[in-house]
Design a protein around this ligand. Structure first.
Ligand SMILES: O=C[C@H](O)COP(=O)(O)O
Length: 428
């Protein structure tokens, strides 16, 4: 892939709407409605104030309040997910009522930033569990509870949506067979039809994806940062479906989580180092451009005779899931990684910051296949400036894996210390 812009067939007509030529918030704010200014303060809060307001009005949030999230799904076929699962899991109810259709979890973050897990942790330690077994029991309970909440969506859509995603241990990110075994175990113990087992798209885990899919387990492939790796992920999914031997493939599904904002964070730094006017003008454009090119690859790979043969057995496309959708540069529009990536059969997982922004002032319009040639031009211009997309992908993957491993290790250390203190206090 390096050295050339991927030239891909575009079987769907491009919709109207430009790439964000002015992603900088300062520029956008000059003409933005005041609601957009209000957004800035929302990001700091733990849970969506927009949704909390609806929830307070509706009691337990079970009454549906129409939001742009409903429009996103009903008008454009994009499924909005919530990128934050923590206790109490019933906090998800108002999110679901407001249009959220699935959830991605980060258990390490959830457990380390809440005391809602203390009671169950104490019981588990008292029952003789070690820290790591206790960790998995905490995680599994959250995932099972959340799966129950999303089951109606899973059923209504015949297994196409309404998923809850949980990752295998990040310590296995470079261990092919360890990841396969962990995924099988996690799938078995969660024991819910609408769970996605999350596997990283590292070189070592691409073969694990094939194997796990071949075992009939639905997978969220995470940490995808480059088009080249994305293609390997799609191939692993197709290979897995073909190898499964199942006559009905309709219940083996997958999402490919393509990370967005982190791409800009890294490439913006590189562009600032280059420092020419041409380089500086490309800041804030790389991530969306690459994502649009990834979508073209999706269209190409999920068509043609190979795919049609799988469709005859009920196979569902591996949907692209936009991850890392909150803006990291406060100068950028807060919907930068949501508005331009809307299209059918895709998922956008949003933390509160992005979710609030989109509910408040997002634009529901088909944008994913608009201005693809402009996206290719940006991709190519960045290459000419010396940006090596595969190297960018490798660096981001390395940073992502290290950071997930680091937080997992430090949580386990702290759970071990806490467990030992509980045992000492209880004379166990
Ligand atoms: O959706 C993906 C992950 O939650 C990471 O998001 P992040 O890049 O904002 O940390």
């Amino acid at each position: 892939m390096a050295g050339t812009v991927p030239k891909l067939a575009a079987p769907r007509p491009a919709a109207a709407g430009p790439l964000p030529s002015q992603p900088l918030r300062s520029a956008a704010l000059a003409s933005a409605p005041s609601a957009r200014r209000f957004r800035v303060s929302l990001a700091a809060r733990a849970r969506s104030p927009v949704i909390a307001m609806a929830s307070a009005k509706e009691g337990n949030g079970a009454v549906t309040k129409r939001t742009t999230l409903h429009d996103l799904y009903e008008q454009q076929g994009q499924s909005p997910w919530y990128d934050n699962l923590c206790r109490p899991v019933t906090d998800l109810l108002p999110y679901i009522a407001n249009g959220v259709r699935g959830v991605t979890s980060n258990p390490t973050k959830a457990i380390s930033s809440s005391n809602a897990y203390d009671g169950q942790f104490k019981e588990l330690i008292s029952a003789g569990k070690d820290a790591e077994s206790a960790y998995w029991e905490l995680v599994i309970k959250d995932i099972q509870d959340a799966c129950k909440l999303f089951e109606p969506i899973y059923d209504e859509t015949d297994g196409a949506d309404g998923y809850v995603s949980v990752e295998v241990s990040p310590r296995l990110a470079n261990d092919t067979q360890g990841t396969v075994e962990a995924a099988k175990w996690l799938h078995k113990v969660v024991n819910r039809p609408n769970v996605y087992i999350k596997i990283p798209a590292t070189a070592e885990c691409v073969p694990s994806i094939k194997e796990v899919i071949a075992n009939g387990i639905s997978v969220n492939v995470t940490l995808i940062f480059s088009v080249a790796r994305y293609e390997a992920v799609i191939d692993a999914y197709l290979d897995g479906l073909e190898a499964s031997g199942l006559s009905d493939l309709s219940r083996v599904t997958s999402v490919a989580s393509f990370f967005v904002s982190r791409v800009d964070s890294l490439i913006d730094k590189m562009l600032e180092k280059i420092g020419t006017p041409e380089a500086l003008a490309l800041r804030g454009k790389a991530a969306v451009a690459q994502a649009k090119i990834a979508n073209q690859l999706y269209l190409k790979k999920f068509s043609g005779p190979r795919w049609e043969a799988l469709v005859k057995k009920g196979a569902k496309k591996q949907r692209l899931l936009w991850a890392s959708t909150s803006v990291k540069n406060p100068a950028y529009l807060d919907t930068l990684y949501v508005d331009p990536l809307i299209g059918p059969d895709t998922v956008s997982t949003m933390p509160d910051q992005a979710l609030d922004a989109f509910i408040d002032h997002g634009t529901v319009a088909r944008t994913i296949d608009a201005n693809v040639s402009e996206a290719e031009g940006i991709y190519s211009a960045l290459e000419k400036l010396g940006i090596d997309w595969e190297e960018v992908g490798k660096q981001l993957e390395h940073e992502g894996v290290s950071s997930f491993k680091g937080s997992f290790d430090s949580l386990l250390t702290s759970l071990e210390e806490k467990g030992n203190a509980l045992k000492t206090a209880a004379n166990l």
